[in-house]
Design a protein around this ligand. Sequence first.
Ligand code: ADP
Ligand code: MG
Length: 614
Amino acid sequence: MAAKPPAPGREELRATLKKSRGLFRVVLLFSIFANILVLTGPLFMLQVYDRVLASRSEATLVALFALVAVLYAIMGVLDYSRGRILGRVGARFQSMLDRRVFDALLRRSVDPNFRNRPATGLRDLESIQRLLSSPALFAFYDLPWTPVFLFAIFLFHPLLGWMAVAGGVVLIIATVLNQVLSKTPQRESLQASGQAEAFAEAVRRDAEVVQTLGMRGAVLGRWRQQRDVALATSIKAADVSGSFSTFSKTWRLFLQSGMLALAAYLVLQGELTPGAMIAGSILLGRALAPIEQAIAQWSLVQRARQGWTSLTQLLEATPEEEEKTELPRPKAMLDVAGLTVVPPGEKVPTLKAVSFRVGPGMALGVIGQSASGKSTLARAITGIWPAVQGKVRLDGAALEQFSSEVLGQHIGYLPQDVSLFDASVADNIARLSPNPDPAKIVEAAKKAGAHEMILKLPEGYDTRIQSGGSRLSGGQRQRLGLARALYGSPVLLVLDEPNANLDNEGSNAMNASIEQMKANGGSVIIMAHRPAAIAQCELLLVMENGMVKDFGKRDDVLRNNVKNHEKLAANPEQPAKIATQRAPAIASDQAKPAASVALGQVPPAKAPNVERKS
Ligand SMILES: Nc1ncnc2c1ncn2[C@@H]1O[C@H](COP(=O)(O)OP(=O)(O)O)[C@@H](O)[C@H]1O
Ligand SMILES: [Mg+2]
């Protein structure tokens, strides 16, 4: 019978820990024996003082000592073994969750708000692993024995017992206070250092800008501020923990001597044997050792607790993707119906009730001013941002019905800003596939018009692209991005402002690849900045403020919405002038040459120099 998968979050972490239940039990068993063997020392002491010395028997001493040596050896082996086992339990916990946590981080990072915060998931996981493998955990296994040892002290003499209990209570109060007082500074320190790290990362990525714009001083200042906060709070936390740790150590030493004094007094009164005096003192040390150890390692415990909470939240927010029934390769039928999209973490929709259809062998151009929602539309069609209302369907199936890996094979996406990964050109085109197909890589590069360009690189397809692709020009990156989008023959190609960085040759290659997509029965959607890009499109969609202003055959839409459409047909490189219906027509404007408004730039929305088209 297959077990129900655990709910994401806390349940999932617990279930993973439970998989090591067997090992925890072994550790428990070892701990029980190790703690029983702890009694070896005090018992030996008792025997030596009260029996050997009293009877003056050397043979007894030798026999007892040999027994003690064997028992200590066994205790050492048990202690060592449980250390090794717990070390592996920690490693196992981390390795079982590594992939899941990283995947959750990746998926969560699609949300821009999350992306800009320090991602602590992997470090949280490590903090739990470190606790699992640390002596702090031993302390928890040994803690249940504290009452047993205290009880043994009571057997020697009730007064000694009460003294030990009082001493222990003081230590426990110290532990609780430590937890309460160091919690906040430690959390703040963690937060501040995470922020400083994320800021440093972001600044390093844009080192060029920082250098050229003379921002280094300012950047260093900001970074220092965050680092200083991190340091100050971390010192505060360390001060608190340190003082409690010192206190508990000193207190335990003092208590041991205090007990010895009390016991000596009792011996003088004839109420206790000298052996019991020494044995009681040793037992007290053992009884309180776990408490002291827990305090000393408390920062580890606390870090792991914070890690546990924040991992719980991360996993809760990104449940594992369900297995989806694999659908056959879809036809290039894209149906967008009443699509409303709110960027993750935002409240206001940036796409409102958008509807259109594109069939096989067709290309759709999406034009509109800057911030009109073109890139949002691209993200919704590719399934990156979910629809809050309406549906995007590919060959009749809503995008959610495809698993994201499979959807990625059907849809080729060229984002507005292409960034490449630290890998070879070939690997980048093959989307870092573990078993790339060289023939398909070259085919994609040829379709994207990137083949010749790649051959000119120092090591051709094996040229390593440094992170972000900074060694390549914008046009080169865009062509590699197109090749990557075309890898594996997707049925739908979504290009977000592909012409932005392309020269003529690049534009021609792009047009050829769009033609080829259409000829093969695929469909293409182009978010366009310059009209040259829509030469291949039979359909046109005009976006305005996240809504569809017009949709239809390209020439009709052009005629209705773009003033200079005739000239545009002759020379597509020329900027288009979109007519704004809300703007009042002003006669005198027709005489003046209208301010040209390139698509994608913000035109004055109600400027009088934009005429009305009817
Ligand atoms: N990551 C984001 N988070 C929040 N809002 C966004 C994000 N990206 C874009 N927007 C908003 O969505 C609107 C449309 O942007 P976008 O789709 O990028 O327009 P276009 O591509 O047409 O220039 C803008 O108002 C922009 O501020
Ligand atoms: Mg855009």
